[in-house]
Design a protein around this ligand. Structure first.
Ligand code: AMP
Ligand code: GLY
Length: 421
């Protein structure tokens, strides 16, 4: 098969790595890709937000199957354009991508499906929103309705913070995404991510993970796209995963199908777990980045068979073959991230690193100039390892980190602390 992956981060490198191990893959193109992906697949310059351009490209390259990595092209309807032209595609329609693109939509689906989630209300003006906040009290959570690159959520611990957050949302900081605001009950507990493949009707759980969103050790400092992740998440036990499937995921899929907008792709459920009970924090309609990196390392080549079964409505007969293992990824970011950071600094020492089914360095933001690998983004490398225990995976990951010669980059040294302590 000729396979096309849309995207160019660590998530797409991990997907490409898994696809390349599947014997069905004859040719793999990743658009736009990055310097790490270019070592295992063909990379192509392509505007992945432009459905017409993507369809033309896929036709020209005789593509048989497309995997859409990030949420933005999904929310823009690129998967619909491809399907309308006869391509087999992994990823939801624009209508179903609203599960990530609109927080209000997700809350309405949860209510209709009876899925446990935080109590909520929606507002289009500041005054009634503030009135609601005063009535509810703090802590409370203020969210821009639309996609805001992970920045549209403010967890306010005090009333003053909450009122300021409402002002900020309506001041236009988040553009269109903030025109509507969802205010939610603050949920206590431990967070974990649950990844489920969906074919519109059936669902197959493919793993759990936890990530570290804050830039600083001990989970402090500003939010980032994720500084590291590990799988499985010990807090998300089999029992809780079954509850999440029965109480949250399956009712959501049924409600989406009932509305005529079945969900096909990967549903990434952020869960808040307390006293053995999962509640939904949010849905994403794509793999997490960097959570995908640990999932792919654990699944290997079978990941593509499952992805294809989801796209073709054949999940009912599928099973995941699990090794009893653990994986960890450590994100190396450019100094200054998530604030302003330098681009174009050289990364050395990657060549001598082990590369096998236990060790892979996925590239997130790199490019190649004159044979040198240089940093081209905020999050730059995802140093990923697998082991019999999480401690072993961690040891292997940091042993690689220590051999990478990149003074202009940094990482957190405590990835996995919650699970390991
Ligand atoms: P998001 O950008 O939607 O991933 O949300 C960012 C983070 O805000 C989540 O990962 C949670 O840690 C936190 N959060 C969102 N909603 C709630 C809630 N209702 N209660 C507690 N924490 C929340
Ligand atoms: N790592 C968080 C995300 O992909 O949304």
């Amino acid at each position: 098969m000729n396979i096309l992956i849309l995207g160019g981060g660590g998530r797409e490198h991990a997907l490409a790595w898994a696809v390349m191990q599947n014997p069905k893959c004859d040719k793999l193109i990743v658009a736009p890709g990055n310097a790490g992906i270019a070592q295992i697949a063909e990379c192509a310059a392509l505007d992945i937000m432009d459905g017409t351009a993507v369809v033309e490209f896929a036709e020209g390259e005789s593509i048989d199957f497309v995997i859409v990595g990030p949420e933005a092209p999904l929310a823009a309807g690129v998967a619909d354009d491809l399907r309308a032209s006869g391509f087999s595609v992994f990823g939801p329609s624009k209508a179903a991508a609203a599960l990530e693109a609109s927080k209000r939509f997700t809350k309405e689906i949860c209510d209709a499906a009876g899925a446990p989630t935080a109590a909520w209300a929606r507002f289009t003006e500041a005054a009634p929103a503030k009135e609601y906040v005063r009535a509810q009290g703090a802590p409370i959570v203020i969210k821009a309705d639309g996609l805001a690159a992970g920045k549209g959520v403010i967890v306010a611990m005090t009333l003053d913070e909450a009122l300021a957050a409402v002002d900020e949302m309506f001041s236009g900081t988040f553009g269109e995404a903030g025109a509507e605001v969802v205010i939610e009950e603050f949920m206590e507990g431990e967070e974990a991510s649950f990844f489920v493949l969906c074919d519109g009707t059936d669902a197959l759980a493919i793993g759990t993970a936890q990530d570290h969103k804050r830039v600083g050790e001990g989970d402090t400092g500003p939010n980032t796209g994720g500084m590291g992740a590990y799988s499985p998440a010990p807090v998300l036990t089999d029992r809780i995963a079954e509850r999440a499937m029965a109480e949250i995921i399956r009712p959501t899929l049924a409600e989406m199908a009932r509305r005529g907008t079945p969900f096909q792709g990967v549903l990434y459920a952020g869960l808040m777990i307390r006293d053995g009970r999962p509640r939904l924090v949010e849905y994403n309609v794509r793999f997490g980045d960097p959570e995908c990196q640990v999932l792919m390392l654990r699944l290997g080549g079978q990941a593509f068979d499952l992805i294809q079964a989801a796209a073709e409505g054949r999940l009912a007969g599928e099973r995941v073959t699990w090794a009893d293992d653990h994986a960890m990824t450590v994100v190396m970011a450019a100094n200054g991230y998530p604030g302003a950071y330098e681009k174009g600094t050289e990364i050395r020492g990657l060549d001598g690193l082990p590369e096998d089914s236990f060790h892979v360095v996925f590239h997130a933001g790199t490019s190649e100039t004159d044979g040198r690998i240089v940093a081209s983004g905020g999050r730059v490398l995802n140093v990923t390892a697998r082991g019999k225990t999480l401690a072993e995976a961690r040891e292997r990951a940091y042993a690689m980190v220590d051999r990478i010669d990149w003074p202009e980059g940094f990482c957190r040294r405590d990835i996995g602390w919650r699970a390991l302590s």
